[in-house]
Design a protein around this ligand. Structure first.
Ligand code: DOR
Ligand code: ZN
Ligand code: ZN
Ligand code: ZN
Length: 383
């Protein structure tokens, strides 16, 4: 069958190295089926899913379960990121060779930081040996405490407990030191702060195998915009200051932050209706990442469309040695077809994700996926 792509743009399928698909254990928030459908609707052909499920993705059986579920539904390639420590409790290391053998593409305790340096150092030594990246959440929980938004002026004005950016920077500094002594690939998740960017610049300047990702919400939103009566604004790491946001933009444009990743974090409406101090952290991102990035980075002239495609497809494939990222003539493709002229108001009710939690609801965005194909098979078709 022929697909008419007149006036449409064909891109290699997007790769999101950071999503939460919630299965097993939190199927009311998302399943591998609903999450991979949302990925396809957002133009993503590959997503890497975080281990903070119940039970945590800390053994080979769960890694295989995730891959089987994803293959059964076929909406996207789903690459499990396995836990660094059993149950993400920060103590006992998982069996890294067995996790790799089962198909895990990286190691993380996302949703939590690995608090003990000795555990992280040992994990890096083994990960280096088995060529596994450490994909770190970077949070010193003794510094973030019970905070629910960025510490500083905005938090004081709202009377909400804050999370200082040093909670993030302290862990990144430690892990850069450990990456240097072990030689492991350290990938820093959801970078939100200028202080963290300075550390990544330092690491890259030393030639260390350190990479970084940035989420659309940290590129586009700041703490002074937070509506304390709407917990969809609550995310971890939190939205930070204008100065931090500007640093994220600059670092994304100059390549210090290598790739876009959404940290797609679906929660139920009931959970997000709780007060700001009690609601869970997280925002969904899969279905709006490209339109937001196209609208605010390409349409504004900050970067070209090809550069954005590089940061959302080609570069993640290269950094993590994944399939996809480019279209090979004559081969079944992972691709997405984009209508760059379409403008829509972001409406969570239309999301295929079970999660509707986004502070971007009601905003206009331009450039929407209309068809997605994984390994030559259509996974999403809005025509
Ligand atoms: O906002 C967040 N949500 N940050 C995290 O680190 C975890 C995630 C989740 O699992 O909901
Ligand atoms: Zn299913
Ligand atoms: Zn995280
Ligand atoms: Zn996450």
């Amino acid at each position: 069958t022929l697909i008419d792509c007149t006036n449409l743009f064909i891109s290699p399928g997007f790769i999101d190295m950071h999503v939460h698909l919630r299965e097993p254990g939190f199927e009311y928030k998302e399943t591998i089926e609903s999450g991979s459908k949302a990925a396809a609707a957002g133009g993503f052909t590959t997503v890497a899913c975080m281990p903070n499920t119940r039970p945590a993705t800390d053994n080979a059986d769960i890694v295989r379960f995730i891959i089987e579920q994803a293959n059964k539904h076929g909406y996207a390639r789903v690459l499990p990121i396995a836990a660094i420590t059993a149950g993400q409790k920060g103590e006992e290391l998982t069996d890294i060779p067995a996790l790799k053998e089962a198909g895990a593409v990286g190691l993380s305790d996302d949703g939590r930081g690995v608090q003990r340096a000795d555990r992280m150092k040992r994990a890096m030594e083994i990960a280096k040996q088995y060529d596994m990246p450490l994909i770190i959440h970077a949070e010193d929980e003794t510094l973030s405490g019970k905070g629910c938004m960025n510490a500083g002026e905005a938090a004081e004005r709202l009377g909400l407990p804050g999370i200082p950016d040093d909670a993030e920077a302290v862990m990144v500094a430690r892990d850069i030191v450990l990456a240097e002594v072990t030689g492991a690939h350290l990938h820093v998740c959801h970078v939100s702060a200028k202080s963290v960017i300075e550390l990544i610049r330092y690491a890259k300047g030393r030639g260390l195998p350190v990479t970084g990702e940035v989420a659309p919400h940290h590129l586009l939103l700041t703490d002074d915009q937070i509506d304390p009566d709407n917990s969809d604004w609550k995310v971890n790491p939190p939205l930070r200051t204008k100065r931090d946001r500007e640093a994220c933009i600059e670092a994304f444009l100059d390549g210090t932050l290598d790739i876009v990743a959404t940290d797609h974090a679906p929660h139920s409406v009931e959970e997000k209706q709780k007060p700001f101090t009690e609601a869970p952290f997280g925002m969904v991102g899969l279905e709006i990442a490209f339109p937001l990035m196209y609208t605010h980075f390409v349409k504004t002239g900050r970067m070209t469309l090809n550069e954005l495609v590089d940061r959302m497809a080609t570069r993640p494939a290269k950094l993590f040695k994944l399939q996809g990222g480019r279209i090979q003539p004559g081969e079944p493709a992972d691709l997405t077809v984009l209508d760059l002229h379409a403008t829509k108001v972001i409406d969570p009710a239309s999301f295929l994700s079970k999660g509707k939690n986004t502070p971007f609801a009601g905003q206009k965005a331009q450039g929407w996926p209309v068809l997605t194909m994984v390994d030559g098979v259509v996974s999403f078709d809005a025509r």
